[in-house]
Design a protein. Sequence first.
Length: 127
Amino acid sequence: MSSLIIIMSHELTNEQVEDAKNTLGITSFIYMDDLLKDMWRNIPTELESITDYIKPIKDFILSRGNTEDFALIQGEFGAVYELVSFVKGIGMIPVYSTTKRVTIETPIKDDTIKTERIFKHVRFRKY
């Protein structure tokens, strides 16, 4: 019985939920509250270091996670790097979702093409 702590700015798709249950053995999904989710999606670009800024997210992980739980971490590159290192250091397993991109190009008019990108979950991969 493992939990998946979700550190990203959106909800899991049904396909991701089923994959997490089947391949990772997840029985509990733990989402950040709206305040933490808003912090995660709006990391200030002007900060030289984000260590203090993301401390509340680290505190959330410590309060909700256990050794050998999984943490799905996706977002701003520097913050992801710092949290991946952090969760590895406390014995959790950091993962990310891999996706397949499908591109659809539709001609509109006047030599204009509309491009639509659809991302489809394929699997979770350990960092």
